[in-house]
Design a binder for this molecule. Structure first.
Ligand SMILES: [Zn+2]
Length: 269
């Protein structure tokens, strides 16, 4: 059975701890080897030029590793801001405004139908130099327990809507599973389409609305866990997020720490 066949093979619907452990172990084994697999180039294999130029209007996809990325392109000390669950007509512009105030860059993990409803916001995000991330169609946090065909539909349909909303020329750079519900299969599906699986190191816990001071304090306390910080511009009133993001970016500027993007092409540590 080829690697491609395995990706597409339906997974048995077995539950239980034993199955979970087996899946986790196999995921770890593959994660350890995935960078090597992703960089294999068959001798004598060249992409057909005519076909490539005929599709020049479509986003160019580049093979990326299937491992979940946690590092920053901007190097040690940099912080990767990620903004989930939008776009939202009220809160996304306010988040964009704060990011612009500090000349900070972020990744926006968008839900497909919301991107379709607000293409103007998706285009604003891209125009401001931020990057796009696929956050599925329905934000199903139990999708890791669902059939592979369902996971594939959730990921690929959302990517198509986000890219269309962006104007068709900006590839979606990352895939983030809702609630972190990644599977080996979903990571493979995303990576095969040039979307690097994206995790997080610091959950600001802004979703629970504990107050802007608490959100900013959580980020400050946990920032040494790693560079990628999770915020939200969807899911209700995000005024605390906007205020907390302002405080976090102000503090980072004082400390001379730049914002950057999560790595797409290198192995994750
Ligand atoms: Zn989410």
């Amino acid at each position: 059975m080829t690697r491609k066949d395995r990706t597409r093979a339906p997974r048995p619907h077995t539950g239980g701890a034993k199955a979970s452990i087996a899946i986790a172990a196999s995921a770890a084994a593959v994660a350890a080897t995935v960078w090597a697999v992703a960089t294999v180039v068959e001798p004598g294999h060249h992409p057909p030029r005519a076909e490539a130029s005929a599709r020049s209007a479509a986003p160019v996809r580049q093979q990326v590793p299937e491992g979940i990325t946690h590092d920053s392109e901007a190097g040690k000390g940099a912080v990767d801001i990620t903004i989930d669950d939008g776009p939202d007509p009220t809160w996304t512009p306010k988040v964009l405004h704060v990011l612009a105030k500090y000349d900070a860059k972020a990744v926006f993990c968008m839900i497909g139908p919301r991107a379709k409803d607000h293409p103007d916001l998706v285009k604003q995000v891209v125009a401001a130099g931020h990057r796009l991330c696929d956050h599925t169609m329905d934000h199903d946090v139990t999708m890791d327990k669902k059939p592979v065909a369902y996971q594939e539909q959730q990921i690929l349909d959302a990517r198509a809507l986000i890219e269309e909303a962006a104007g068709g020329r900006t590839p979606v750079a990352y895939y983030r599973a809702p609630g972190g519900a990644f599977t080996l299969e979903s990571r493979r599906i995303a990576a095969a389409q040039g979307m690097r699986p994206l995790g997080w190191n610091v959950d600001s816990k802004d979703f629970a609305k504990p107050g802007a001071g608490t959100i900013a304090g959580t980020v400050e306390k946990e920032i040494e866990n790693g560079p990628t910080v999770l915020f939200h511009d969807g899911g209700g009133n995000r005024s605390q997020t906007v205020e907390a993001l302002d405080r976090v970016l102000s503090r980072l500027k004082e400390e001379g720490r730049p914002t950057g993007f999560p790595v797409r092409t290198g192995p994750s540590s």
